[in-house]
Ligand binder design. Sequence first.
Ligand code: UDP
Ligand code: MG
Length: 193
Amino acid sequence: MNSNRKKLITILVPAYNEHEVLSLLYDRLSKLMDEQSKYDFEVLFVNDGSKDNTLDMIKFLRAKDPRVNYVNLSRNYGKEIAMAAGFDYVKGDALVIIDADLQDPPELIPEMIKYWEEGFDDVYARRKSRKGEGPLKKLTSWGFYRTLQSMTKIEIQKDTGDFRLLDKRCVEAIKQLKESQRYTKGLYSWIRL
Ligand code: UDP
Ligand code: MG
């Protein structure tokens, strides 16, 4: 390997009917990618069978920025499968997974990279509050995590989403897990064993 090459960071974005927000996400990502000039970046969109213009928007972004790549799924498979499809195409030394809808602030990515450089293989963002979510969603999320945790000895983190950075070692480990009914947040915990 050429030791002079910059480390490559892949940002994986599963997207289902997100054409309205995609250019806003791209603008915020490209700003931080430009600032983090120490690294090379790739933005890997997975279009999960969107019925709106998400695919056209991704193609438009790709035409203006070669850092943009995409996987196009033939129909809507759901976020878990969309992420699994994306994992197979990740080229980066590290992978950041982020939702398209800007519920996760992209501006946290540089801090995640810093922790990765300190040697952490799995850096995740934790929600401080569930602003914008109604009482029912809060209660069902609370109940879901407690029930899930009661069924397994593996510690599953509460109040985390899929917004995280994984070293490529973790990506390789998760790629070995070919479950078709996936709960990726559980897999992140499983591979730490
Ligand atoms: N998503 C997807 N396929 C789906 C549903 C959602 O790829 O069938 C994507 C969506 O575009 C977003 C992320 O998964 O980037 C999270 O979806 P959503 O915001 O609906 O989930 P929540 O915020 O409720 O976890
Ligand atoms: Mg969301």
